[in-house]
Design a protein around this ligand. Structure first.
Ligand code: CA2
Length: 148
């Protein structure tokens, strides 16, 4: 059996990880996160396609492209979490196991971050574990799709 592919999609401003607001997002860069994901994916028998975009349309196109290609989606939608019905619709349409991930605990932050449109399309949600949450999400995804 081919190694299942997991799309790890990152939304706006996540390219700034590790450069600003370390008290909120920590000191790891997005390259560090990609390396952590690659290492964890190998350990749990998954392959990854790791991406970041600042564009809502591009993020939605990437979700649509997962159909027939990816076995699951791990998504940190950044600020689009709280605003994008279109992203939620794309995730509902693609109908794959989906884990929504946030580095920070959005429920301890401003009121406007407490609501997520994306959660309606997510199998599960991880937040507040820092960038370790990406590794946790990959282990959970392996459980979901490989039944481990
Ligand atoms: O905690 C998360 O992972 C978020 O998805 C990050 C988003 C924020 O809008 C969400 O509410 C929660 C922001 C993207 C990261 O932005 C940065 C800005 C400066 C420095 C580092 C990251």
């Amino acid at each position: 059996m081919a190694t299942p592919l997991i799309a790890i999609l990152n939304g706006p401003n996540l390219n700034l990880l590790g450069t600003r607001q370390p008290e909120v997002y920590g000191r790891a860069t997005l390259d560090d996160v990609e390396a952590l994901c690659a290492e964890t994916a190998e350990q749990v028998g998954l392959a990854i396609d790791f991406r970041q975009t600042n564009g809502e349309g591009e993020l939605i196109s990437w979700v649509q492209e997962c159909r027939g290609k990816a076995a699951g989606i791990i998504i940190n939608p950044g600020g689009y979490t709280h605003t994008s019905i279109a992203l939620m619709d794309a995730l509902l349409a693609v109908d794959l196991p989906t884990i929504e991930l946030h580095v920070s605990n959005i429920h301890r932050r401003e009121e406007f971050r407490h609501h997520s449109y994306v959660s309606r399309a997510a199998t599960g949600v991880i937040c507040g574990l820092g960038v370790r949450g990406y590794a946790v999400a990959l282990v959970a995804m392996a459980d979901l799709i490989l039944g481990e």
